[in-house]
Design a protein around this ligand. Structure first.
Ligand code: ADP
Length: 363
């Protein structure tokens, strides 16, 4: 008789709907009441119509849709204890003590904090008469499980995050489309792709499209990169190649930590080679469109596993994220992954690139 609620928080990514669907359906299948919380933590704080019971049909025909049908938001209120107190009351009033949070490391950190504070929030609600002693006893533990939705594949502890594969498809489709026009004119295309701390999208796209040059955050280029890129492009042109592709990840930099943008690269090519160089910034196109088969299936497996993990949780179990390890969906302690992810970001900011790569591990 305890409910399970699912919500999406922070930036959206393709495949979130498939994850929501799997959580809801597995919960119903196991005989548990399922709820949506709309607009992330904001909906949890505001309650009312933002928290809605879900049924089998309410998650029908969403698996192929991009973004998140239940909405996502950033929420200031949840960062304050007063906001979390309201959120706790809204959950108790509906009998919800199981949460699946689908988001990035910020959203998962918030969920972990909420769980840690749960007993003291309940004490406070009991003291001011908002909840009864019976309710406090009945709903005394909050279980949470995280799923990572992020197109950058920037979360430690999982081989792939939900949305990355679809974003990669978008990038490759765009580069293929541009290649066919560029081929007629001898051009250099400079593509800026997402990835502030993580070059996964850039490097995978570069391999898949035969790019000539690549800039990623983890491996800053030497300070004479201008010469190196010109040499490489000249070499390709003299070998008869009519089209050059250069990929720049958002967080790219040189070995002194100076940012390298698509504009910098264009200027070098314009000034030194006098090639016709064009910039394409893919931006939100990468988040858009339908999720790939891989993301739909990944999200289905992760969502089902999230619900199972919640149903099996005991008072002692630590919050987990569902990760892909090899080809297995596994449960990994949530805070361990969040802390490692934050340590990678810190190492990158302090220009300790080798440490960042080591910390990130296999994924
Ligand atoms: P992401 O989940 O994509 O990393 P954010 O970092 O913006 O995105 O986090 C999304 C939301 O999660 C925030 O708007 C806030 O409501 C909540 N949140 C993030 N960090 C915390 C925190 N330390 N304490 C409480 N809530 C947090």
């Amino acid at each position: 008789d305890k409910g399970l609620a699912v919500f999406t928080s922070g930036g959206d990514s393709q495949g979130m709907n498939a994850a929501v669907r799997a959580c809801v359906r597995m919960a119903i299948y196991l005989g548990c009441k399922a709820y949506f919380i709309r607009e992330g933590y904001q909906g949890m704080v505001d309650g009312g119509e933002y928290i809605q019971e879900a049924n089998w049909a309410s998650v029908s025909s969403i698996i192929h849709r991009g973004g998140t049908i239940i909405g996502s938001a950033r929420c200031k209120d949840f960062r304050e204890r007063a906001g979390r107190l309201k959120a706790a009351n809204n959950l108790i009033q509906r009998g919800i003590t199981n949460l699946v949070v689908i988001g990035g490391d910020g959203s998962l950190t918030g969920a972990n904090l909420f769980r840690q504070e749960w007993s003291s929030l309940l004490e406070e609600l009991l003291k001011d008469g908002t909840i009864t002693e019976e309710q406090r006893k009945k709903f005394d533990v909050l279980h949470i499980v995280g799923l990572v939705g992020s197109i950058d594949n920037d979360f430690c502890g999982t081989d792939m995050t939900i949305g990355t594969d679809s974003a990669l498809h978008r990038i490759i489709e765009a580069i293929d489309a541009i290649s066919s026009t560029a081929y007629s004119h001898q051009r250099t295309f400079i593509m800026e792709v997402m990835g502030r701390h993580c070059g996964y999208l850039a490097i995978s796209a570069a391999i898949a499209t035969e790019a000539d040059y690549l800039f990623i955050p983890e491996e800053p280029v030497p300070l004479n990169w201008q010469e190196l890129i010109c040499q490489k492009l000249t070499q390709e042109r003299s070998a008869g190649q009519r089209l050059n592709i250069v990929i720049v990840a958002e967080g790219a930099m040189d070995r002194e930590g100076n940012p390298i943008t698509a504009e910098h690269v264009k200027k070098v090519i314009d000034d030194r080679l006098k090639h016709d160089a064009r910039i394409t910034v893919l931006g939100h196109v990468q988040r858009g469109g339908n999720p790939s088969a891989f993301d739909r299936i990944l999200a289905c497996r992760m969502g089902a596993e999230a619900t199972l993990a919640l149903m099996e949780a005991t008072e002692e179990s630590v919050p987990v994220v569902i990760s892909l390890d090899g080809n297995q969906a596994v449960r990994v302690p949530l805070m361990e992954c969040v802390e490692r992810t934050q340590a990678v970001a810190k190492a990158m900011a302090e220009r300790r690139w080798a440490d960042a790569v080591k910390l990130r591990g296999r994924s």
